[in-house]
Design a protein around this ligand. Structure first.
Ligand SMILES: [Zn+2]
Length: 871
């Protein structure tokens, strides 16, 4: 993995080699412009390159460090003078001049060769569509150095000029449009692209191959061209993306108040990715093919909504990230939390009928789970190693970050917040920014306390549990207290204080009023200034915009649960509050299951889904003898709705019904042990596997998964045989998804075996190691499999998108919930996990989760058994 130093006579790898930087480059030498020239031939295992880097030296220097990984340097000069190469380490090479270079400008020229990865998605890598190879790139966070020797840090923003030499029959795409194309010998051509705006290296991208181009119209004030780029012959699969992408750009432009900041927008499908689903490269956004393309005849509601949401995220980055870029990876949230938050806002306004704000809450609740661990990162975690960079792309940065932004937006007011966002983007256009540049821009719109308050959420992990008591004296008031939310068994310290804008909504004689209070100490009381008498109802987390758990006084909670005061987002949050309070040992199991049964009748499918989750998570703690009782409770609670919906779509349904069906019917079929639904699923699955017809597209995956749950070896063999014959990536993912759902341990093992003993690309098959984790019959098998096949497995693990697959392996131990399994987990992963970038953090999280599960089990198992014994 070292940058080779196989250089001809120039190389002077002396015994006195200078020590290479560990993480960051010194800042006394800065690049001012790049001109890179690459020869890219799909199907080959290497590429050749030459790069000119104009730099500015602040002081005299004889040694210049650059980032380079797995590049072989053939020749290097500075100001036309040959230089020696210091071998450095995995990430750096040094250029040593024979005499000191004077301060001022200089040009570095390097001729080199690099690798094209076939199995991973990092640097320059190959993607196969059928047998046809294509080339793509993925540079975030620190993989541009696999394609060019460069100053691979986000704070070095410079113009890039790219030239590609490719086969005549191929198309070449880069961040800007080509300015010339000329023929070259041996069936090649040279494509020269226009210089970019100042960009960070991680945002550079190219793609080469026999693509099809789909015109997706023009977008924004500057009418920039939008295209969907597909593998040859797949243009028809871009239908939905071509319909909606330009609209999303228009809406983002309106919100930001700044025209799309670059000259074009290509949206490119990559056959398989690892470590990322999509990437916001300037003017050349890449997507995993299953996100952006689908045969319209088998397209699903879920796929279309996911594309729209991901596209809005990546396109929002063209402003937040690409136009204004984080100065260092500790502000990754300035990119990711903002793109997540903006996407949610744009989608909710564009498609109100999707009720997407409720789906966003699921993202927030997931991040709260992560954030309740002592091992949780802060949103702004210091970056001291490559591990920290890799770990920065997690639920805390994305979903918690987005949730905290939404909380402060709700406090400041949407219009003022928007004005702050626009001012910030204008001030730092084509430059870098840091956390306070942003916070101060928002605070300047009229909320001077914002910078400090917001920082309490950025600079410490966790989130508050806020108790709410309504005091109804002559002047109605709320008394609030806060502590850190911690689950039962946590080793964390609850005495933590945030500055939380608590926005409440309550009933008055003059209608509903919203009022916000800044809770900045452990306890405080606030007058309800619009209330002349005690409010009959009060929501302590108005529109569910706050990033905290609420514990209401019991009288208030009883009224909220019985009445119809809360809106959908608040109802959903109230149910999540109850399950969270249960996990913290503050309320009883029966209370939550009774509430979940009531919420199961809610008209909003997302709330029903959350109720399903509250019932679903108890099953792992249940004695086997009570599983029939559990199934009866599932039937009683969700069965009627599941049978009304059935496996097949009815005419004239709204699009949300399709999603409701896909969630609730398989749940009742499997967890409710429903023989009627189970038989029907097997019949439908057999028909679909034979003819690829007869099942509503939205239901193919749920049908196959339920059939597998009840299925035998013959069904498994049919599925794997069909997988072999199937080239369509959407259909493949549906079959692969079902292969992890078999309950028979021998079949589940055969499914996991496909990861190492089949032709399937690991980027596609690794999901098979996660499939069995959710089921009590098979949940221990992935860990057993990893232990038994560790060395073989290592040969198949990809890297990509800044992640090493090996760093995620500890997750297979996540279903352990007793001391013996925990010891086994520690024994196996303690040393192995830290060999992968980011692995230590995964290990710490999983180990803490196992401990907490043990504590949950001892706190709740008896109550769970008592509740279900009565069902
Ligand atoms: Zn992003």
């Amino acid at each position: 993995m070292r940058s080779a130093c196989l250089v001809f006579a120039l190389c002077a790898c002396t015994a006195f080699a200078a020590e290479a930087p560990k993480l960051r480059l010194p800042d006394d030498i800065r690049p001012t412009r790049y001109a890179a020239d690459l020869t890219l031939i799909p199907g080959e295992k290497a590429f050749s390159g030459a790069i000119d880097i104009d730099v500015e030296l602040v002081k005299p220097a004889s040694l210049i460090w650059l980032n380079a990984t797995e590049l072989t340097i053939h020749q290097a000069t500075i100001a036309s003078q040959p230089v020696a190469i210091e071998p450095g380490n995995d990430d750096f090479i040094g250029l040593r001049a024979s005499k000191a270079l004077a301060p001022g400008p200089a040009r570095i020229h390097i001729v080199y060769q690099g690798k094209i990865s076939e199995k991973s998605s990092a640097g320059i890598f190959q993607g196969l569509d059928g047998k046809e190879p294509y080339l793509f790139t993925q540079f975030e966070s620190i993989d541009a150095r696999r394609a060019f020797p460069c100053f691979d840090q986000p704070d070095f923003k410079t113009p890039w000029q790219i030239t590609l030499h490719v086969r005549k029959e191929h198309s070449a795409i880069a961040n800007t449009a080509p300015v010339s194309e000329t023929d070259e010998p041996n069936g090649m051509k040279k494509v020269v692209f226009g210089p970019t705006r100042p960009l960070s290296s991680y945002l550079i991208a190219v793609a080469v191959g026999p693509f099809d181009f789909v015109d997706a119209g023009k977008a924004g004030k500057n009418r920039i061209p939008v295209r969907i780029v597909t593998p040859k012959g797949k243009a028809s699969q871009a239908k939905y993306a071509a319909e909606v992408t330009a609209t999303l750009i228009d809406r983002l432009e309106n919100y930001f108040g700044i025209p799309f900041p670059f000259e074009k927008c290509d949206n490119v499908a990559i056959p398989l990715t690892f470590g990322f689903g999509a990437m916001e490269n300037v003017g050349l956004v890449t997507y995993a093919q299953n996100l952006i393309l689908s045969d319209p005849a088998i397209d699903t509601e879920q796929r279309q909504r996911t594309y729209a949401s991901v596209a809005a995220h990546e396109l929002a980055h063209q402003w937040f990230g690409d136009l204004v870029t984080l100065a260092w990876w500790d502000d990754t949230w300035l990119n990711e939390a903002f793109a997540t938050w903006t996407s949610a806002k744009i989608i909710a306004e564009w498609k109100p009928e999707w009720h997407s704000r409720l789906g966003d809450l699921n993202g927030k609740f997931g991040a709260m789970g992560e954030d309740s661990l002592v091992a949780a990162r802060k949103i702004r975690q210091p970056i001291e190693s490559k591990d920290d960079i890799s770990n920065a792309f997690d639920g805390i940065t994305y979903q918690k970050g987005a949730s905290v932004i939404r909380m402060f937006e709700s406090w400041v007011g949407e219009k003022r917040f928007q004005a702050g966002v626009t001012a910030y983007l204008k001030r730092y256009s084509y430059k870098n920014a840091r956390v306070n540049d942003f916070l101060d821009a928002i605070a300047a719109t009229g909320q001077p306390q914002l910078t400090r308050a917001f920082s309490t959420y950025l600079e410490q992990p966790g989130f508050p549990l806020i108790t709410v008591n309504l005091n109804c004296g002559a002047a109605p008031a709320l008394s609030l207290t806060q502590k850190r939310y911690l689950p039962v068994g946590s080793a964390g310290n609850a005495r933590q204080v945030w500055q939380t804008p608590v926005c409440v909504r309550y009933q008055t004689a003059n209608g509903d009023r919203k009022e916000c209070f800044l809770l900045d100490k452990p306890a405080a009381e606030f007058r309800l200034t619009h209330a002349t008498s005690c409010p009959a109802n009060l929501s302590a987390n108005a529109d569910a915009a706050g990033n905290y758990i609420t514990r209401y006084d019991s009288a208030l909670l009883a009224k909220l649960l019985e009445g119809n005061y809360l809106n959908a987002a608040e109802r959903m949050t109230t149910l999540n509050d109850l399950t969270s309070l249960l996990n913290a040992g503050e309320i009883q199991q029966g209370e939550v299951l009774t509430a979940a049964a009531a919420f199961a009748k809610d008209p909003e499918r997302q709330i029903v889904g959350l109720a399903q989750g509250a019932v679903g998570e108890t099953r792992r703690f249940l004695p086997a003898g009570l599983l029939p009782n559990y199934a009866r409770f599932v039937q009683k609670t969700f069965g009627t709705r599941a049978h009304q919906l059935g496996w097949s779509a009815k005419s004239a349904e709204n699009s949300d019904t399709a999603l409701e069906r896909a969630a609730i019917v398989p749940f009742v079929a499997t967890r409710g042990e429903d023989a009627t639904l189970g038989d029907e699923a097997r019949r439908l699955a057999a028909e679909w596997l034979k003819t690829r017809k007869g099942v509503d597209a939205n239901m193919v995956n749920p049908v196959l998964t339920a059939a597998a749950y009840f299925g035998d070896r013959a069904l498994f063999d049919t599925m794997t045989a069909e997988l072999k014959k199937t080239t369509d990536r959407q259909q493949r993912s549906r079959i692969l998804g079902a292969l992890g759902a078999f309950r028979d341990p021998a079949i589940a093992r055969a499914g996991m075996d496909l990861v190492i003993h089949s032709e399937i690309d690991a980027r596609e098959s690794l999901s098979l190691l996660v499939g069995p984790l959710g089921q009590r019959e098979t949940e221990k098998l992935p860990f057993e499999f990893v232990k038994a096949n560790y060395d073989e497995l290592l040969k198949h693990l990809p890297v990509g998108g800044g992640f090493e697959a090996g760093s995620m392996l500890p997750y297979v131990g996540g279903s352990s919930c007793d001391e013996a399994s925990r010891q086994e987990f520690v024994g196996f992963f303690e040393e192995r996990a830290r060999k992968f970038t980011g692995g230590q953090h995964t290990y710490d999280q999983v180990l803490e989760s196992i401990r907490l599960c043990e504590a949950q089990k001892s706190a709740r198992a008896a109550d769970i058994a008592a509740f279900f014994a009565k069902q």
